[in-house]
Design a protein around this ligand. Sequence first.
Ligand code: ADP
Ligand code: GN1
Ligand code: MG
Length: 356
Amino acid sequence: MADIRNTVKRFLGEEEIEKIEPFGEGHINRTYFVETAGGKKYIMQMINNSVFKDVEGLMNNICRVTGFIEEKHPGETKTLNFIPADDGKYYVIDEDGHYFRMYVFIDNAHTYQVADSTDLLEKLGDAFGDFQNMLLDFDASKLVEVIPDFHNTVKRYEAFEKALEENLSGRADTAAEEIAFVKARKDICGTYVDRIASGELPLRVTHNDTKMNNVLFYDGSNEAACVIDLDTIMPGVVHYDVGDAIRFGTATAPEDEQDLSKLHFDINLYEAFIKGFLGQCGKTLSKAELDLIPFSGIMLTFECGMRFLTDYLNGDTYFRTAYAEHNLVRTRTQFKLVYEMEQQLPEMKKILEKYI
Ligand code: ADP
Ligand code: GN1
Ligand code: MG
Protein backbone atom coordinates (compact mmCIF):
# COMPACT_ATOMS: atom_id res chain seq x y z
CA MET A 1 0.00 0.00 0.00
CA ALA A 2 1.29 3.46 -0.89
CA ASP A 3 2.55 5.65 1.97
CA ILE A 4 0.44 8.80 2.21
CA ARG A 5 3.52 10.73 3.44
CA ASN A 6 5.15 10.18 0.05
CA THR A 7 2.11 11.67 -1.63
CA VAL A 8 2.26 14.72 0.64
CA LYS A 9 5.95 15.06 -0.27
CA ARG A 10 5.08 15.26 -3.95
CA PHE A 11 3.26 18.52 -3.15
CA LEU A 12 5.33 19.93 -0.30
CA GLY A 13 8.84 18.68 -1.05
CA GLU A 14 11.11 18.32 1.93
CA GLU A 15 9.00 20.29 4.42
CA GLU A 16 8.72 18.37 7.67
CA ILE A 17 5.19 17.04 8.19
CA GLU A 18 3.70 17.26 11.65
CA LYS A 19 0.22 15.87 11.10
CA ILE A 20 -1.90 14.05 8.52
CA GLU A 21 -5.42 13.18 9.65
CA PRO A 22 -8.82 12.36 8.13
CA PHE A 23 -11.14 15.37 7.89
CA GLY A 24 -14.70 16.32 6.87
CA GLU A 25 -17.89 14.45 6.12
CA GLY A 26 -18.21 14.16 2.35
CA HIS A 27 -19.85 11.19 0.67
CA ILE A 28 -17.51 10.93 -2.31
CA ASN A 29 -13.89 11.99 -1.82
CA ARG A 30 -11.57 11.31 1.11
CA THR A 31 -10.27 14.44 2.83
CA TYR A 32 -7.12 14.83 4.95
CA PHE A 33 -5.86 17.72 7.02
CA VAL A 34 -2.09 18.22 6.68
CA GLU A 35 0.09 20.41 8.89
CA THR A 36 3.81 21.05 8.57
CA ALA A 37 6.25 21.46 11.45
CA GLY A 38 6.38 25.14 10.46
CA GLY A 39 2.63 25.43 11.09
CA LYS A 40 1.48 25.60 7.46
CA LYS A 41 -1.91 23.95 6.98
CA TYR A 42 -3.34 22.20 3.93
CA ILE A 43 -6.20 20.03 2.78
CA MET A 44 -5.27 16.97 0.72
CA GLN A 45 -8.01 14.99 -0.97
CA MET A 46 -8.14 11.59 -2.58
CA ILE A 47 -10.39 12.11 -5.57
CA ASN A 48 -12.96 9.36 -6.09
CA ASN A 49 -11.87 8.11 -9.46
CA SER A 50 -14.86 5.85 -10.05
CA VAL A 51 -17.15 8.89 -9.72
CA PHE A 52 -14.79 11.31 -11.48
CA LYS A 53 -13.38 9.37 -14.43
CA ASP A 54 -11.55 12.29 -16.03
CA VAL A 55 -9.41 13.70 -13.21
CA GLU A 56 -7.25 15.70 -15.62
CA GLY A 57 -10.39 17.40 -17.00
CA LEU A 58 -11.76 17.87 -13.50
CA MET A 59 -8.60 19.58 -12.22
CA ASN A 60 -8.41 21.73 -15.36
CA ASN A 61 -11.96 22.91 -14.65
CA ILE A 62 -11.15 23.73 -11.05
CA CYS A 63 -7.89 25.51 -11.84
CA ARG A 64 -9.54 27.59 -14.55
CA VAL A 65 -12.39 28.65 -12.27
CA THR A 66 -10.23 29.35 -9.21
CA GLY A 67 -7.70 31.19 -11.39
CA PHE A 68 -10.51 33.31 -12.86
CA ILE A 69 -11.86 34.23 -9.43
CA GLU A 70 -8.39 34.90 -8.01
CA GLU A 71 -7.65 37.25 -10.91
CA LYS A 72 -10.80 39.25 -10.14
CA HIS A 73 -10.16 39.31 -6.39
CA PRO A 74 -6.44 38.96 -5.81
CA GLY A 75 -5.47 37.95 -2.28
CA GLU A 76 -9.06 38.02 -0.96
CA THR A 77 -9.51 34.29 -0.16
CA LYS A 78 -12.60 34.24 -2.37
CA THR A 79 -11.70 30.78 -3.60
CA LEU A 80 -9.42 27.79 -3.01
CA ASN A 81 -5.69 28.01 -3.68
CA PHE A 82 -4.33 24.76 -5.19
CA ILE A 83 -0.73 23.59 -4.79
CA PRO A 84 1.13 22.18 -7.80
CA ALA A 85 2.98 18.87 -7.37
CA ASP A 86 6.67 18.34 -8.19
CA ASP A 87 5.85 17.78 -11.89
CA GLY A 88 3.81 20.98 -12.16
CA LYS A 89 0.48 19.16 -12.35
CA TYR A 90 -2.28 19.85 -9.88
CA TYR A 91 -2.77 16.21 -8.97
CA VAL A 92 -0.64 13.22 -8.09
CA ILE A 93 -1.23 9.52 -8.76
CA ASP A 94 0.18 7.32 -6.00
CA GLU A 95 1.55 3.77 -6.36
CA ASP A 96 -1.92 2.32 -5.84
CA GLY A 97 -3.35 4.40 -8.66
CA HIS A 98 -5.20 6.81 -6.34
CA TYR A 99 -5.51 10.47 -7.35
CA PHE A 100 -4.72 13.24 -4.86
CA ARG A 101 -4.78 17.04 -4.87
CA MET A 102 -3.80 19.62 -2.31
CA TYR A 103 -4.86 23.15 -1.45
CA VAL A 104 -4.34 25.69 1.27
CA PHE A 105 -6.39 25.18 4.43
CA ILE A 106 -8.51 28.20 5.29
CA ASP A 107 -7.85 28.78 8.96
CA ASN A 108 -10.31 30.07 11.57
CA ALA A 109 -13.29 28.91 9.56
CA HIS A 110 -15.92 26.22 9.93
CA THR A 111 -18.84 24.59 8.12
CA TYR A 112 -22.40 23.80 9.21
CA GLN A 113 -24.33 20.55 8.86
CA VAL A 114 -27.59 22.10 10.08
CA ALA A 115 -28.60 25.78 10.08
CA ASP A 116 -28.88 27.50 13.44
CA SER A 117 -30.42 30.77 12.26
CA THR A 118 -32.01 32.70 9.41
CA ASP A 119 -28.97 34.95 9.50
CA LEU A 120 -26.82 31.98 8.47
CA LEU A 121 -29.10 31.12 5.55
CA GLU A 122 -29.04 34.70 4.32
CA LYS A 123 -25.25 34.56 4.37
CA LEU A 124 -25.38 31.24 2.56
CA GLY A 125 -27.59 32.77 -0.14
CA ASP A 126 -25.22 35.68 -0.32
CA ALA A 127 -22.20 33.38 -0.77
CA PHE A 128 -23.76 31.36 -3.58
CA GLY A 129 -25.20 34.50 -5.21
CA ASP A 130 -21.76 36.07 -5.12
CA PHE A 131 -20.26 32.88 -6.59
CA GLN A 132 -22.81 33.07 -9.41
CA ASN A 133 -21.92 36.73 -10.02
CA MET A 134 -18.18 36.09 -10.10
CA LEU A 135 -18.64 33.46 -12.80
CA LEU A 136 -21.20 35.34 -14.91
CA ASP A 137 -18.62 36.21 -17.56
CA PHE A 138 -16.67 32.97 -17.33
CA ASP A 139 -16.61 31.14 -20.65
CA ALA A 140 -18.51 27.89 -19.97
CA SER A 141 -17.18 26.31 -23.16
CA LYS A 142 -13.83 26.03 -21.36
CA LEU A 143 -15.31 23.51 -18.93
CA VAL A 144 -15.59 19.77 -19.44
CA GLU A 145 -18.78 18.12 -18.24
CA VAL A 146 -17.16 16.16 -15.39
CA ILE A 147 -20.21 14.00 -14.73
CA PRO A 148 -22.46 14.06 -17.79
CA ASP A 149 -26.17 14.53 -16.99
CA PHE A 150 -25.38 15.13 -13.33
CA HIS A 151 -28.66 16.96 -12.68
CA ASN A 152 -30.61 15.46 -15.54
CA THR A 153 -33.53 14.28 -13.43
CA VAL A 154 -35.12 12.42 -16.33
CA LYS A 155 -31.99 10.28 -16.69
CA ARG A 156 -31.82 9.93 -12.90
CA TYR A 157 -35.36 8.54 -13.02
CA GLU A 158 -34.31 6.06 -15.70
CA ALA A 159 -31.39 4.97 -13.50
CA PHE A 160 -33.88 4.49 -10.64
CA GLU A 161 -36.14 2.35 -12.85
CA LYS A 162 -33.18 0.22 -13.93
CA ALA A 163 -32.04 -0.23 -10.32
CA LEU A 164 -35.56 -1.23 -9.32
CA GLU A 165 -35.84 -3.74 -12.13
CA GLU A 166 -32.44 -5.29 -11.38
CA ASN A 167 -32.85 -5.08 -7.59
CA LEU A 168 -29.19 -6.10 -7.18
CA SER A 169 -29.33 -5.61 -3.42
CA GLY A 170 -32.51 -7.65 -3.05
CA ARG A 171 -33.84 -4.83 -0.86
CA ALA A 172 -36.63 -3.43 -3.04
CA ASP A 173 -39.35 -4.84 -0.81
CA THR A 174 -37.95 -2.90 2.17
CA ALA A 175 -38.45 0.40 0.33
CA ALA A 176 -41.95 -0.03 -1.10
CA GLU A 177 -43.24 3.28 0.21
CA GLU A 178 -40.24 5.25 -1.08
CA ILE A 179 -40.46 3.55 -4.48
CA ALA A 180 -44.12 4.52 -4.73
CA PHE A 181 -43.22 8.09 -3.74
CA VAL A 182 -40.81 8.31 -6.67
CA LYS A 183 -43.15 6.74 -9.20
CA ALA A 184 -45.92 9.17 -8.24
CA ARG A 185 -43.62 12.06 -9.23
CA LYS A 186 -42.30 10.79 -12.55
CA ASP A 187 -43.94 13.67 -14.40
CA ILE A 188 -42.00 16.38 -12.55
CA CYS A 189 -38.60 15.06 -13.69
CA GLY A 190 -38.59 17.04 -16.93
CA THR A 191 -39.29 20.43 -15.31
CA TYR A 192 -35.80 21.85 -15.91
CA VAL A 193 -34.38 19.43 -18.48
CA ASP A 194 -37.21 20.13 -20.95
CA ARG A 195 -36.85 23.88 -20.59
CA ILE A 196 -33.11 23.71 -21.11
CA ALA A 197 -33.76 21.73 -24.29
CA SER A 198 -36.31 24.29 -25.53
CA GLY A 199 -33.99 27.21 -24.76
CA GLU A 200 -36.39 28.70 -22.21
CA LEU A 201 -33.77 28.40 -19.46
CA PRO A 202 -30.19 29.52 -20.16
CA LEU A 203 -27.12 27.55 -19.17
CA ARG A 204 -24.74 29.30 -16.79
CA VAL A 205 -21.70 28.15 -14.86
CA THR A 206 -23.03 26.41 -11.77
CA HIS A 207 -21.48 24.71 -8.76
CA ASN A 208 -23.99 21.85 -8.68
CA ASP A 209 -23.26 20.68 -5.13
CA THR A 210 -24.36 23.64 -3.02
CA LYS A 211 -24.77 21.89 0.30
CA MET A 212 -24.32 24.29 3.18
CA ASN A 213 -21.23 22.33 4.29
CA ASN A 214 -19.60 23.42 1.05
CA VAL A 215 -19.30 26.99 2.29
CA LEU A 216 -16.70 28.00 4.87
CA PHE A 217 -17.71 30.63 7.45
CA TYR A 218 -15.18 32.56 9.50
CA ASP A 219 -15.12 31.85 13.22
CA GLY A 220 -16.25 34.86 15.21
CA SER A 221 -17.80 37.11 12.55
CA ASN A 222 -19.54 34.14 10.89
CA GLU A 223 -19.16 35.87 7.52
CA ALA A 224 -18.92 33.48 4.55
CA ALA A 225 -15.28 32.99 3.59
CA CYS A 226 -15.58 31.01 0.40
CA VAL A 227 -17.39 28.33 -1.56
CA ILE A 228 -15.49 25.02 -1.60
CA ASP A 229 -15.90 21.50 -3.06
CA LEU A 230 -15.56 22.64 -6.64
CA ASP A 231 -15.56 19.22 -8.35
CA THR A 232 -18.93 19.51 -10.00
CA ILE A 233 -18.61 22.98 -11.50
CA MET A 234 -20.18 22.60 -14.94
CA PRO A 235 -22.67 24.33 -17.19
CA GLY A 236 -26.10 24.16 -15.57
CA VAL A 237 -29.21 26.15 -14.72
CA VAL A 238 -29.28 28.44 -11.68
CA HIS A 239 -31.99 26.21 -10.18
CA TYR A 240 -29.48 23.43 -9.58
CA ASP A 241 -27.58 25.63 -7.16
CA VAL A 242 -30.59 27.28 -5.55
CA GLY A 243 -32.47 23.99 -5.26
CA ASP A 244 -29.61 22.05 -3.71
CA ALA A 245 -28.88 24.83 -1.24
CA ILE A 246 -32.55 24.88 -0.22
CA ARG A 247 -32.57 21.09 0.06
CA PHE A 248 -29.80 21.02 2.62
CA GLY A 249 -29.92 24.45 4.23
CA THR A 250 -33.62 24.66 5.08
CA ALA A 251 -33.75 21.27 6.82
CA THR A 252 -34.03 21.32 10.61
CA ALA A 253 -32.04 18.07 10.98
CA PRO A 254 -29.12 16.39 9.20
CA GLU A 255 -29.45 14.57 5.89
CA ASP A 256 -29.32 11.21 7.67
CA GLU A 257 -31.51 11.95 10.70
CA GLN A 258 -33.28 8.75 11.71
CA ASP A 259 -35.89 10.43 13.88
CA LEU A 260 -38.10 12.04 11.25
CA SER A 261 -40.09 13.91 13.88
CA LYS A 262 -37.06 16.22 14.19
CA LEU A 263 -36.92 16.96 10.49
CA HIS A 264 -38.86 19.73 8.77
CA PHE A 265 -38.58 22.11 5.87
CA ASP A 266 -38.28 25.53 7.53
CA ILE A 267 -39.82 28.20 5.33
CA ASN A 268 -38.18 31.00 7.32
CA LEU A 269 -34.79 29.56 6.38
CA TYR A 270 -35.99 29.41 2.76
CA GLU A 271 -36.97 33.08 2.90
CA ALA A 272 -33.59 34.06 4.33
CA PHE A 273 -31.74 32.13 1.63
CA ILE A 274 -33.82 33.72 -1.15
CA LYS A 275 -33.24 37.17 0.32
CA GLY A 276 -29.47 36.63 0.35
CA PHE A 277 -29.25 34.95 -3.04
CA LEU A 278 -31.50 37.34 -4.98
CA GLY A 279 -29.92 40.29 -3.20
CA GLN A 280 -26.67 39.30 -4.88
CA CYS A 281 -27.68 38.06 -8.33
CA GLY A 282 -31.46 38.50 -8.68
CA LYS A 283 -31.06 41.22 -11.30
CA THR A 284 -29.14 38.88 -13.60
CA LEU A 285 -31.99 36.35 -13.75
CA SER A 286 -34.74 36.27 -16.39
CA LYS A 287 -38.44 36.03 -15.61
CA ALA A 288 -38.49 32.41 -16.75
CA GLU A 289 -35.64 31.64 -14.37
CA LEU A 290 -37.21 33.48 -11.44
CA ASP A 291 -40.59 31.79 -11.95
CA LEU A 292 -39.04 28.37 -11.46
CA ILE A 293 -36.94 29.20 -8.39
CA PRO A 294 -39.53 28.17 -5.75
CA PHE A 295 -39.95 24.74 -7.35
CA SER A 296 -36.20 24.13 -7.46
CA GLY A 297 -36.02 23.01 -3.82
CA ILE A 298 -38.61 20.32 -4.53
CA MET A 299 -36.84 19.19 -7.68
CA LEU A 300 -33.33 18.94 -6.28
CA THR A 301 -34.46 17.35 -3.01
CA PHE A 302 -36.52 14.82 -4.93
CA GLU A 303 -33.60 14.10 -7.25
CA CYS A 304 -31.21 13.63 -4.35
CA GLY A 305 -33.62 11.31 -2.52
CA MET A 306 -34.11 9.32 -5.71
CA ARG A 307 -30.32 9.01 -6.07
CA PHE A 308 -29.99 7.74 -2.49
CA LEU A 309 -32.80 5.25 -3.16
CA THR A 310 -31.21 4.12 -6.44
CA ASP A 311 -27.95 3.53 -4.61
CA TYR A 312 -29.78 1.61 -1.88
CA LEU A 313 -31.35 -0.63 -4.53
CA ASN A 314 -27.99 -1.08 -6.25
CA GLY A 315 -26.31 -2.15 -2.99
CA ASP A 316 -24.56 1.09 -1.94
CA THR A 317 -22.00 1.43 -4.69
CA TYR A 318 -21.91 5.24 -5.03
CA PHE A 319 -22.38 7.17 -1.77
CA ARG A 320 -20.20 6.32 1.20
CA THR A 321 -22.36 4.65 3.86
CA ALA A 322 -21.72 3.93 7.53
CA TYR A 323 -24.38 1.24 8.02
CA ALA A 324 -26.67 -0.96 5.92
CA GLU A 325 -29.77 1.25 5.92
CA HIS A 326 -27.90 4.54 5.56
CA ASN A 327 -29.03 5.31 2.02
CA LEU A 328 -32.63 4.42 2.88
CA VAL A 329 -32.51 6.71 5.91
CA ARG A 330 -31.19 9.49 3.67
CA THR A 331 -33.94 8.77 1.14
CA ARG A 332 -36.58 9.15 3.84
CA THR A 333 -35.31 12.52 5.04
CA GLN A 334 -35.29 13.84 1.49
CA PHE A 335 -38.81 12.64 0.74
CA LYS A 336 -40.20 14.08 3.94
CA LEU A 337 -38.71 17.43 2.93
CA VAL A 338 -40.14 17.11 -0.58
CA TYR A 339 -43.58 16.43 0.85
CA GLU A 340 -43.45 19.47 3.13
CA MET A 341 -42.11 21.71 0.38
CA GLU A 342 -44.93 20.60 -1.91
CA GLN A 343 -47.45 21.70 0.73
CA GLN A 344 -45.76 25.09 1.02
CA LEU A 345 -45.08 25.82 -2.64
CA PRO A 346 -47.71 28.61 -2.89
CA GLU A 347 -46.13 30.29 0.15
CA MET A 348 -42.65 29.89 -1.36
CA LYS A 349 -43.88 31.63 -4.51
CA LYS A 350 -45.24 34.55 -2.51
CA ILE A 351 -41.92 34.92 -0.71
CA LEU A 352 -40.06 35.00 -4.00
CA GLU A 353 -42.28 37.87 -5.21
CA LYS A 354 -41.25 39.87 -2.16
CA TYR A 355 -37.59 39.80 -3.14
CA ILE A 356 -37.78 40.33 -6.91
P1 ADP B 1 -16.27 16.39 0.08
O1 ADP B 1 -16.30 16.28 -1.42
O2 ADP B 1 -15.85 15.16 0.70
O3 ADP B 1 -17.54 16.95 0.61
P2 ADP B 1 -15.03 18.98 0.69
O4 ADP B 1 -14.17 19.58 -0.35
O5 ADP B 1 -16.37 19.55 0.87
O6 ADP B 1 -15.08 17.41 0.43
O7 ADP B 1 -14.24 19.03 2.07
C1 ADP B 1 -14.69 18.35 3.21
C2 ADP B 1 -14.68 19.25 4.42
O8 ADP B 1 -13.33 19.70 4.68
C3 ADP B 1 -15.48 20.55 4.29
O9 ADP B 1 -16.81 20.38 4.63
C4 ADP B 1 -14.74 21.49 5.24
O10 ADP B 1 -15.18 21.28 6.57
C5 ADP B 1 -13.30 21.03 5.16
N1 ADP B 1 -12.50 21.86 4.21
C6 ADP B 1 -12.39 21.66 2.90
N2 ADP B 1 -11.57 22.57 2.33
C7 ADP B 1 -11.15 23.36 3.32
C8 ADP B 1 -10.27 24.50 3.39
N3 ADP B 1 -9.64 24.98 2.31
N4 ADP B 1 -10.06 25.07 4.58
C9 ADP B 1 -10.66 24.59 5.67
N5 ADP B 1 -11.48 23.52 5.69
C10 ADP B 1 -11.74 22.92 4.53
C1 GN1 C 1 -22.36 14.16 -2.67
O1 GN1 C 1 -19.28 14.95 -2.14
P1 GN1 C 1 -20.42 15.54 -1.39
O2 GN1 C 1 -20.70 14.83 -0.11
O3 GN1 C 1 -20.27 17.03 -1.24
C2 GN1 C 1 -22.81 14.23 -4.13
C3 GN1 C 1 -23.89 15.30 -4.28
C4 GN1 C 1 -25.06 14.99 -3.38
C5 GN1 C 1 -24.56 14.90 -1.95
C6 GN1 C 1 -25.65 14.51 -1.01
C7 GN1 C 1 -20.26 14.16 -6.89
O4 GN1 C 1 -21.72 15.39 -2.33
O5 GN1 C 1 -24.34 15.33 -5.63
O6 GN1 C 1 -26.04 16.00 -3.47
O7 GN1 C 1 -23.47 13.93 -1.84
N1 GN1 C 1 -21.68 14.52 -4.99
C8 GN1 C 1 -21.47 13.81 -6.12
O8 GN1 C 1 -25.24 14.75 0.29
O9 GN1 C 1 -22.21 12.92 -6.50
MG1 MG D 1 -18.29 18.82 0.50
